[in-house]
Design a protein around this ligand. Structure first.
Ligand SMILES: *Cc1c(COP(=O)(O)O)cnc(C)c1O
Ligand SMILES: [Zn+2]
Length: 432
């Protein structure tokens, strides 16, 4: 087996060694991906091995990421790997959600069951393994969200120093609280996101800090495990559709790469169609797919689903390739549609954060448009845990939630707490 870094830009395609500390192609600035050249064994041999590992007490076999390491063999020394037993996320049927969307069935792959509560853990365990392999002592990212929560957890667990850079005054407390608790040094900078990114790149070079931002190709390798585990759980039966929210578009890039590689290895016999759902106020990829040509960033992305509030998604060239290859689609949904879909997922006893609920809202819209058939076999990926954003939930159910433009969101499925007197008769009447 051998692995290398390959420039994704088809006009360049330069390759680099795995231990070069680069984040973009030094030649053309393009995105990088990890490429493997190796003999492919019998698919049945791997499938059997992966099943056997599920019964093992050995840490890497217990990880729902590293159990499948044969499909991302970039690690040289397994001692570099830090696992918090990430992955192992369930497939949960949501009959009420299916009825809401007008389809026969929807199954949720719930990445919110991860150690830090989002799918970022699937990628971060791989990114941190690479940081340790490179001998780095410090890692950094620019994020207030799930990336910083996850990076803080994995870096601290692996004896590295996590450093988070955030724009001053632009904080989401739930996720930032996790990062603080996991011991990340946090710097609030008086600058915007792009300026901070430029600053962090200078610091990274100066101090030998490893960057674990969204373009890190090793994080993408780890995120492939989400679809690998999904296929294993379905006994390698490919669904018609995999539906996921899109922000920076790293996850759809990882899904597409993982699926193509599984097809090439003979582990699956066809590709599912990928459906990426964006929030209407942050939908540059949706707009691009309407008229592919020049990619135009949205300079003022707005949505309450903060995990997908991205105006200039770095991984769009990869995402575009994966949508084309899988005959996929990109859809956008409103704040009201996200909020109602989220409450329906909650009423299934499942729950998720706002960005994740874009999936169900998207399925409903694509079904209504005749793109998803009623009898389709659909897996929707819930990207984050319900407790990531409790403030949003309370506001929705009490009718106090407002869209970013100030317009009210109707609590269609609102579930308001009721104030009652300390009187058993009157409470009994109310319950009846
Ligand atoms: C990061 C994130 C997303 C967006 O994923 P991308 O790879 O940036 O498209 C969606 N939902 C949640 C909960 C996230 O944390
Ligand atoms: Zn290049």
């Amino acid at each position: 087996m051998s692995a290398r870094l390959l420039c994704f830009n088809s006009a360049c395609k330069k390759t680099y060694g795995l231990t070069e500390v680069i984040y973009n192609c030094p030649e053309c600035g393009g995105l990088l991906e990890v490429e493997y050249t190796r003999a492919i064994p019998e698919p049945a041999v791997w499938k059997k091995l992966w099943r056997e590992r599920r019964m093992s007490n050995e840490p890497l076999s217990q990880s729902g990421v590293w159990r499948y390491r044969e499909l991302f063999p970039f690690v040289e020394n397994e001692a570099d790997i830090v696992t918090l037993r990430e992955g192992n996320t369930p497939l949960l049927p949501g009959p009420k959600a299916a009825a809401y969307a007008g389809v026969e069935s929807v199954v949720f792959k719930h990445q919110g069951f991860n150690p830090s509560g989002s799918f970022k853990d699937n990628g971060m365990t791989a990114g941190v393994a690479q940081a340790r392999r490179l001998g780095m002592k410090r890692v950094a990212c620019v994020s207030t969200g799930n990336t910083s929560a996850s990076m803080a957890a994995y870096a601290s667990a692996g004896g590295l120093e996590p450093m988070i850079f955030i724009p001053n005054g632009n904080i989401s407390y739930g996720k930032l609280a996790q990062a603080l608790e996991y011991g990340a040094r946090t710097f609030q900078v008086e600058a915007n996101f792009d300026q901070i990114l430029a600053l962090v790149r200078i610091l990274a070079e100066k101090l030998g800090i490893y960057l674990l931002n969204s373009i890190n190709p090793f994080r993408i390798e780890g995120q492939k495990s989400i679809v690998i585990e999904m296929m294993d759980q379905r006994d390698w039966n490919v669904p018609d559709w995999i539906v996921l929210p899109g922000g920076n578009l790293g996850n759809v890039s990882a899904f597409g790469k993982g699926l193509r590689e599984m097809l090439a290895a003979g582990l699956i016999t066809k590709l599912p169609r990928l459906a990426v759902i964006q929030a209407e106020g942050a939908s540059p990829f949706y707009e691009f797919m309407q008229h592919p040509g020049e990619f135009t960033a949205n300079t003022h992305p707005e949505t309450l689903a903060t995990a997908i509030k991205i105006g200039d998604p770095v991984s769009w060239p990869k995402a575009w390739q994966e949508i084309v290859t899988t005959n996929g689609v990109v859809e956008k949904v409103t704040e009201q549609e996200i909020a109602d879909a989220k409450a329906v997922i909650g009423a299934c006893g499942i729950g998720c954060e706002p960005a994740s609920a874009a999936t169900l809202a998207g399925i409903k819209k694509l079904k209504a448009a005749g793109i998803i058939a009623a009898h389709a076999d659909i897996v929707a990926v819930l990207t984050g845990n319900v407790l990531k954003d409790p403030d949003y939930i309370y506001r929705y159910h009490t009718g106090a939630l407002e869209a970013p433009d100030g317009s009210p969101i109707t609590p269609t499925f609102g579930n308001r707490p009721v104030v009652v007197p300390n009187d058993p008769e009157r409470i009994a009447d109310l319950i009846r």
